[in-house]
Structure formats: structure tokens, C-alpha cells
Design a protein around this ligand. Structure first.
Ligand SMILES: Cc1cc2nc3c(=O)[nH]c(=O)nc-3n(C[C@H](O)[C@H](O)[C@H](O)COP(=O)(O)OP(=O)(O)OC[C@H]3O[C@@H](n4cnc5c(N)ncnc54)[C@H](O)[C@@H]3O)c2cc1C
Ligand SMILES: *[C@@H]1O[C@H](CO)[C@@H](O)[C@H](O)[C@H]1NC(C)=O
Ligand SMILES: *[C@@H]1O[C@H](CO)[C@@H](O)[C@H](O)[C@H]1NC(C)=O
Ligand SMILES: *[C@@H]1O[C@H](CO)[C@@H](O)[C@H](O)[C@H]1NC(C)=O
Ligand SMILES: *[C@@H]1O[C@H](CO)[C@@H](O)[C@H](O)[C@H]1NC(C)=O
Ligand SMILES: *[C@@H]1O[C@H](CO)[C@@H](O)[C@H](O)[C@H]1NC(C)=O
Ligand SMILES: *[C@@H]1O[C@H](CO)[C@@H](O)[C@H](O)[C@H]1NC(C)=O
Length: 583
């Protein structure tokens, strides 16, 4: 994708192309302020960088205070979440608060290991590291627009942050202005959708700051109670990174990914224009926002998705661990028997969440929407017959719930964070399982033997769902199992040690998983920042169109997140600090 070109002339051409499809695209280059930049040379290479403190192009204090008025006084100096555990931020701002410190000690973030709230004393140093400098707590759509406009006009790095769950660090950025969407909590249910598209069932419009469990709770209060495709984690956001990356979850094997459910988006473009994107208005932007990558094409204000009447659901929990056997061969026979049936599970509409480590398989749970316990048992019977026949010990627990929501509250555990891990991941397709299921199982075992932990999701968003034309990797339609790999690393490890572990994740563990799945893919929300050929691994044949749309909708690079379309010509230089366009 590193084709040399003049992006202005290319995008003028594309603008004509896309304009024909997207009639509301009401901005032209004349509207986009020509940015000022700071020009830097490193190792003979020239860069035009965003403006940082100390650069002459960085906004003056008076410019910041005018901006503060524009956003109704909601501009704040960014305070890292861990700051309450320290006496001072930057040696000058008093921040200690014992109660708040205790509260944040469970959280995770990417800050260059500064201001980490665990195992520290209040007198230790706390700096902003890579966290960001200023933050707008957006309470209205006008605040979102004003923040995007300010970042563009002043060429300051913009980071959109919803929940901060992105464990690939995409909601942090050195010296950035953070647009915090957490307060945009409006939710409106529609009994019957009558807007663009074929769908005439229920729908819900979800503000940018709404999180999974609070959304499901409101859906459960509807009459009749509704279900929505969300992630399995209660605190992941919905309208931010989750849906723009694709979004899998416990209902995805029957209804498709979250990005398959979208009926309409309300957004602010990089040029500060409010747009609606749906099947009728701005259809190419609509297509790109459905899975084309977080913080890439627009700032989302809210999204409208399908809802479904909630259904009775069943679950099975399966455990095999060191309390059952200390023999790795017995253990892995059990794991393999479980995993090689992935295609069978998803073709029956099941979703399975599991954790896998050394002598530890925790399948919690198999989720069977719209099934009785007897129906679920019929699907998993071949697995348990095999475990019994081979004399593999295990624990099993069956449950039935009057609704999926009850199952969700009753069975899913709150997940810990990935703060101290370098992650990778792989989608295995049904074709891969048909080709060589044993190779997939061996690769997973190899990953664990290399010290990796696996968070597994057996999910098949192409099984029961209607085919939707969107930007997700087309191979998701054939998916059977998706694994996140994580290798532990101390936050304060040396750069050499970090590079060693990253290499293990990408080129040893990652390579084994890729080799075992030639028809597989990777998932941008839960992947490897160093994924080789990330363009095709994350988006396949959809990538060229996404690349072209990025040039049209964000020609100046106002939005940025690593390994998303069009970021090839950007680089973070000076040890993870300045974001620059390569000249
Ligand atoms: C514990 C845990 C469990 C998870 N479970 C699942 C799961 O079940 N299924 C699944 O698919 N994924 C899951 N994920 C991954 C999740 O989808 C990603 O971390 C996702 O990026 C989170 O989105 P967010 O908006 O909550 O997070 P944030 O970190 O706040 O944002 C993530 C990215 O989206 C951008 N963004 C946020 N809001 C907006 C907006 N309004 N407009 C434009 N860009 C925006 C940010 O700039 C950033 O690049 C999980 C992650 C964690 C940590
Ligand atoms: C923005 O204005 C509010 C209200 O006047 C004030 O409390 C806040 O400190 C200001 N923010 C900054 C960064 O100065
Ligand atoms: C990041 O951490 C390293 C190692 O502690 C330190 O040398 C460097 O100054 C830090 N950078 C920032 C921006 O915090
Ligand atoms: C969604 O955003 C649009 C545009 O800002 C707004 O008119 C509408 O009220 C919002 N709806 C919800 C439920 O947030
Ligand atoms: C191992 O399985 C037993 C029985 O199901 C369970 O009680 C225990 O918590 C499991 N241990 C781990 C480490 O998962
Ligand atoms: C749920 O099961 C019933 C009875 O088997 C069936 O008629 C219905 O279509 C199923 N609903 C979904 C969404 O699969
Ligand atoms: C990292 O921190 C731990 C304590 O939290 C300390 O024991 C260790 O020596 C530190 N390592 C480095 C490389 O600084």
C-alpha cells in the first residue's frame, strides 16, 4: 500500500467519485483549514508533525482558554487515572486522594508505565507519559464538533476516548487533546424502525458513551425485553471502537457482528460537519464505519442498531484444570476435543467464551440462545462423549435462564485487564478447521507452551445472520473460532525486553497461528500492533476501498489510531511520542 502519490490530487479525484455516491458530503478542500505543522528531520527522513508544547505552532494559553469557553468550560488538564495514588502530577499539581486511588487500582491504560496505580508510594513520580495533556469532557454534540475543529485548525493530536478499553493503546497519545465521549449516554428505543434499509423490527439509538451492560439493562426494561449484539464484557463501549472494529459477542453466531446490525450513524466529520450515514445518505461512509476501523473516518455521536426480542437461553460451563489432571497429554486431549468441534458449535448458533493456559481450560460458558438445556446438550454431546470415552476428567455445570440477559448477568465474569500483556490474535475459519483441525490445536498448544495465555471466542457471525455489505474482513463470514493471545510483561520492562516479547508474540506465536490458518484473518480490536500485512489481515479485499475513503473523509489525518486505514504515511517518532506525517 506504500504507493507514492500526491494525496491532494488523489483525493480530489476520489472526492468526485465518492460525491456521486455520498451526496451529503458537503465539504471540499477549501473548507479544510490548511494545517500548520512542525517540520522535523530524523535519520535523514523528513516529517511534518502535529504541534506539541515547545513548537511555535502549538496553541498559546489564550487560545486554549478561548477554546475552553467554546466547550462550555469542559476543557480540563488531563489527569491520568492513577494520579490520585500520587502526591503530585508533574511535581506541581497536587493529586493524592486515597479513596479514588483504591478505586482506580483495578484499571488499565497505556502510559509508558508512569502513574501506574499499583505497588507504588504517594511520593513516587507521576507524569502524563503517553496519556495526553488536555481533555474535553464532551456533554453535547457541539462540544464534539468544537474539539474536532480545534484539533484540526491547530494541528494538535486528537485522541477520542470512550471507555479506554482498547488494550492496543489507541485511546492514549502523547501530548494529545483527548475528546472524552463518556458522558454521551442518551439511549432511545424504537419499537419499529421505519428509517432507511429493509429492517422493520425494533431498533435503538445509542450515544457514543454508552457501555455494554448499561445498554443491555435498558434493553431488558423494554416491553417485551429486547436483546442487542454487544460484547461479552460489561464495560466495553458500544458506539466507539467496538462497533467500528466489527464487534463480536454472545449473540453474534445467530445475528452477526455488531457492525452487521447498524441502521444509521450520526457523526462529526474531520472537517467539523454533522452528517448522517445510512443506506440512503452517505452510503460509502456508512459502509466504512461498519467495521473499517476505530477513530478513522469520523467521530461518532450515536449509532442506531437492530434489537431483537430477548429469548430463553441455556449455558454449559466446562472446566479441565490441574485439579483434574496433572498430565499435560490428558489435558491437551481434552482441550483438542473441545476446540476441534468449533464449526459444529457455531453452526448451531452457539457462542463460547473460554480461557486457556497451562493446565487450565475454563469454558465459561457455552451460550445457546433460544435453546433448552436438552437442545444445548444435544449440540455438545459429541464433546462430552469423547471426553468420557477417553477418560478425561472434567467439571460440567448446566443452566437454563428465562432470557439471554439473565444468562449474561448470571454466568459471565467481569474480566480483568490486559495492562501487563502484549497481545496478538487470530480468527480461524471453518475452512481452516476442515483443512487441518489438528494443526490449529497444535498451534494453540505451542502458543501456551511459549507462555501465552489464550482468551478464546468460538463465534461464527456468518452462520445465521443475513449477509450485510460492510467493511469487516469478509473472512469473518466463515469464522469458527477467534483467539486472543497475550504474553505477560512488566510495565517497567526495558525496551529490549519489550522488543523480545513483541517478537515472540508476532513472529513465533503469531506465525504458528497464521501458518495453521491460511484462510484465517485477524481482528483490529483485539490483535497485534505489529501484525505483518495488517491491511490485508484486518480487512482483506476491503482494504483498498477503506484506504481511498480515508483520503476523502480525513485528508489531513485529524483522526489517528494505529493499524487503521490510511495510517501508512504516519509514524510516531521520538520513542513513542510525536505523531508525524512522513514527507
Ligand atoms: C475486558 C475487555 C473485553 C472485551 N470484550 C470484547 C468483546 O466481547 N467483543 C469485541 O468485539 N471486543 C471486545 N473487546 C475489545 C474492544 O472491542 C476494543 O477494546 C474496543 O476498541 C473498545 O472500544 P471503546 O470505545 O470501549 O474503547 P476506547 O479505548 O475508548 O476506544 C477504542 C478506539 O475507538 C476510538 N473511538 C472511541 N469512541 C469513538 C467515537 N465516538 N468515534 C470515533 N472513534 C472512537 C478510540 O479513539 C480508540 O481508537 C474487549 C476489550 C476488553 C479490554
Ligand atoms: C475551563 O474552564 C472551567 C470553568 O471556568 C475551569 O474550571 C477549568 O479549569 C478551565 N480549564 C482549563 C484547562 O483551564
Ligand atoms: C517513557 O519511559 C522512559 C523509560 O522510563 C523514559 O526514559 C521516557 O522519558 C518516557 N517518556 C515519556 C514521554 O514519558
Ligand atoms: C443522535 O444524534 C443526533 C445528531 O446529533 C441527535 O439529533 C439525536 O438526538 C441523537 N439521539 C440520541 C438518542 O442520542
Ligand atoms: C479448576 O476447576 C475447579 C472445578 O471446576 C474449579 O473449582 C477451580 O476454580 C478451577 N481452577 C482454576 C485455576 O481455574
Ligand atoms: C427460536 O426458536 C423457535 C422455536 O424453535 C423458532 O421458531 C424461532 O425462529 C427461533 N428464533 C430465533 C431468533 O432463532
Ligand atoms: C519493576 O518494578 C518492580 C516492582 O514493581 C521492581 O521489583 C523491578 O526491579 C522493576 N524493574 C525494572 C527493570 O525497573
Amino acid at each position: 500500500m506504500l504507493i507514492p502519490f500526491s494525496f491532494l490530487s488523489l483525493s480530489t479525484h476520489l472526492l468526485t467519485l465518492v460525491n456521486a455516491q455520498d451526496p451529503d458530503l458537503s465539504f471540499t478542500h477549501a473548507d479544510v483549514t490548511a494545517s500548520k505543522s512542525s517540520l522535523i528531520t530524523r535519520n535523514g527522513r523528513r516529517y511534518a508533525c502535529k504541534c506539541y508544547p515547545g513548537d511555535s505552532c502549538y496553541p498559546k494559553p489564550t487560545t486554549w482558554s478561548q477554546f475552553n469557553q467554546t466547550v462550555g468550560g469542559n476543557l480540563q488538564l488531563a489527569i491520568p487515572p492513577g494520579a490520585p495514588c500520587f502526591d503530585f502530577l508533574d511535581g506541581t499539581i497536587p493529586t493524592y486522594n486515597e479513596a479514588q486511588c483504591t478505586e482506580v487500582q483495578a484499571n488499565c491504560f497505556w502510559t509508558n508505565d508512569t502513574c501506574v496505580p499499583i505497588g507504588v508510594s504517594p511520593t513516587d513520580t507521576c507524569t502524563r507519559g503517553y496519556y495526553g495533556d488536555y481533555l474535553v469532557l464532551a456533554r453535547t454534540r457541539a462540544h464534539v464538533k468544537a474539539t474536532v475543529d480545534f484539533a484540526r485548525k491547530n494541528n494538535v493530536r486528537l485522541v477520542i476516548r470512550n471507555t479506554g478499553h482498547d488494550f492496543m493503546g489507541r485511546s492514549t497519545g502523547f501530548g494529545s487533546l483527548i475528546l472524552n465521549t463518556h458522558s454521551l449516554k442518551d439511549v432511545t428505543f424504537h419499537k419499529k424502525w421505519t428509517g432507511p434499509g429493509q429492517w422493520r423490527g425494533g431498533a435503538v439509538t445509542i450515544g457514543a458513551g454508552v457501555q455494554g451492560r448499561e445498554l443491555l439493562r435498558q434493553a431488558n426494561q423494554q416491553s417485551p425485553p429486547q436483546a442487542i449484539v454487544t460484547g461479552e464484557c460489561p464495560t466495553v463501549g458500544f458506539a466507539g471502537g467496538y462497533i467500528q472494529g466489527g464487534g463480536h459477542g454472545p449473540l453474534a453466531s445467530i445475528y452477526g457482528l455488531a457492525a452487521d446490525q447498524v441502521l444509521s450513524f450520526e457523526v462529526v466529520t474531520s472537517s467539523g460537519v454533522y452528517l448522517t450515514a445510512n443506506a440512503q445518505r452517505n452510503p460509502s461512509l456508512f459502509w466504512a464505519l461498519k467495521g473499517g476501523g476505530p477513530s478513522t473516518f469520523a467521530a461518532i455521536l450515536n449509532v442506531t442498531v437492530k434489537t431483537f426480542p430477548d429469548l430463553p437461553s441455556s449455558s454449559v460451563v466446562l472446566r479441565i484444570n490441574s485439579t483434574h489432571t496433572s498430565d499435560p497429554e490428558v489435558f491437551w486431549k481434552g482441550v483438542n476435543a473441545f476446540h476441534e468441534l468449533s464449526t459444529r458449535y457455531v453452526e448451531n448458533g452457539l457462542f463460547v467464551y473460554y480461557e486457556l493456559g497451562e493446565l487450565r481450560l475454563n469454558v465459561r460458558p457455552f451460550v445457546a440462545p433460544n435453546m433448552t438445556s436438552a437442545q444445548l446438550d444435544a449440540v455438545v454431546r459429541p464433546l462430552f462423549d469423547k471426553l468420557d470415552a477417553q477418560g478425561i476428567p472434567y467439571d460440567r455445570e448446566d443452566n437454563h435462564f428465562p432470557s439471554f440477559f439473565d444468562l449474561y448477568l448470571g454466568i459471565f465474569d467481569d474480566e480483568g485487564s490486559f495492562a501487563q500483556m502484549i497481545t496478538g490474535g487470530r480468527i480461524f475459519t471453518k475452512s481452516d478447521f476442515r483443512r487441518d483441525a489438528a494443526a490449529i490445536n497444535s498451534a494453540q498448544r505451542f502458543a501456551v507452551e511459549q507462555g501465552s495465555f489464550i482468551i478464546g471466542h468460538i463465534v461464527g457471525p456468518g452462520t445465521g445472520a443475513p449477509r450485510v455489505d460492510n467493511a469487516i474482513h469478509p473472512r469473518w463470514r466463515d469464522a469458527a473460532s477467534f483467539s486472543i493471545t497475550g504474553l505477560g510483561i512488566a510495565g517497567n520492562a526495558s525496551l529490549t525486553e519489550k522488543a523480545r516479547v513483541q517478537n515472540l508474540v508476532t513472529n513465533v506465536v503469531g506465525k504458528a497461528l497464521r501458518d495453521a490458518s491460511p484462510k484465517g484473518a485477524a481482528y483490529v480490536n483485539e490483535g497485534d500492533l505489529e501484525e505483518p500485512n495488517w491491511q490485508s489481515e484486518y480487512w482483506g479485499l476491503n482494504y483498498p476501498r477503506l484506504f481511498a475513503l480515508k483520503k476523502v473523509y480525513d485528508p489531513l489525518g485529524v483522526f489517528y489510531a494505529r493499524t487503521t486505514p490510511g495510517t501508512e504515511d504516519w509514524e510516531v517518532i521520538d520513542v513513542g511520542t510525536k505523531l508525524c506525517r512522513k514527507l
